[in-house]
Structure formats: C-alpha cells, structure tokens
Design a protein around this ligand. Structure first.
Ligand SMILES: [Mg+2]
Ligand SMILES: [Zn+2]
Length: 186
C-alpha cells in the first residue's frame, strides 16, 4: 500500500476559503483564504496525506455563474497553494443544480466514490473536513472520519446536528489539523 493512501478530503467554501453565505464565489477577486489554511494544509501534506477537494457548486447547474468563472477561481486557488509548495491531488466538483437528482451533490457520496476510483484510499485513516451537516452526512456515509468546522456555515449548522454527528467539532482549520495529527503541532 502506498504511503499516501491516507487522504484528507476538504470542502472548499467555509473551510479553505470564506463562504459568502447566500451567494457564490464567482470571480478570483472574491476568493479569500481563511486563517491558518495554508499552514494547516502544508502540515497535512508533510504528514503524508493525499489532499482531495470535494465541493458542491450548484451555481453552475442552476445558471447563476459560468463554468469558465469556476475554472478561474480554481486556478487562482491552486496557484496560491502551489506558491506555498502544496498541490491538490484531486479536485471534484458537483456542477449539478440543487434540484437535479444527481448522485454527487453532498450529502450524496458520488464525488467521494469518483475519487476512490482514481486513487486507492485508506478510508479508516482518512478524514473529511467540512462546515455543513451535508458534509458530515456524506463523509460518514462514505466511511471516513469527519471534522466539522465552526467556520463558514458551521456555527449555524452545528445547532442542527441530530443523528449523524461529526467525529470532532473544531473552531478553526488549524484545530482540525491538530486533531488529525494527534496534537503533534505546536
Ligand atoms: Mg462548505
Ligand atoms: Zn452532482
């Protein structure tokens, strides 16, 4: 088994970058990294985790903004990370509209299985970091540990947690990294 079959799945909006709640990130100018994200992602990368981003972008399927705009945002995000020596091994978007019955819009697990078709994934040693209940549901259903952040939608959505609970609730991205690395972060 390859060393990096342990994988960190990362939601994008509200986890890596600020979520303009009620709106979409439609241009690179709207992209704001959240505190500690660069450092945290680098630590996960150095610890041997594969990094895979999983994000719903229904604004495409619903006609709110165009795929080219999403590509520009993705390009800028990747550039920022690569300037810090990190790249994502995979980026998977659901582009379907909210009302389309696709199998990949979280809480459904299609994007995770797509990634699992592209990479061998050691689910028992993998995590999903998200900010919504739908992230928790998707991650638990796929069979990885889930850390829910109180950034993005997290502070509102944590009040709605019922049966499907995250393995951990963290205030910040760096706290999630500390949980994953077992406190080996100073
Ligand atoms: Mg999110
Ligand atoms: Zn979809």
């Amino acid at each position: 088994m390859q060393r990096n079959n342990k994988t960190i799945f990362l939601d994008r909006d509200g986890v890596l970058i600020a979520d303009p709640i009620g709106n979409y990130i439609m241009s690179p100018a709207d992209l704001k990294l959240l505190p500690g994200v660069i450092e945290g992602v680098r630590l996960l990368h150095w610890a041997g985790f594969r990094l895979i981003m999983i994000s719903n972008q229904a604004g495409i399927g619903d006609g709110v903004y165009k795929f080219e705009a999403l590509e520009k945002v993705t390009g800028k995000l990747c550039n920022i990370f690569s300037e810090h020596g990190v790249r994502f091994d995979g980026i998977y978007y659901c582009l379907h509209g909210k009302l389309e019955a696709c199998g990949c819009r979280k809480p459904r697990t299609g994007l995770f299985w797509k990634a699992a078709g592209d990479f061998a994934i050691d689910r028992r040693n993998s995590y999903f970091i998200g900010d919504k209940i739908s992230d928790v549901e998707a991650g638990k259903e796929f069979g990885v540990r889930v850390i829910m952040l109180r950034t993005g939608h997290g502070r509102l959505e944590e009040k709605l947690i019922t049966t499907m609970r995250p393995d951990h609730l963290a205030d910040t991205f760096m706290e999630a990294v500390q949980v994953i690395l077992g406190g080996r972060v100073s």
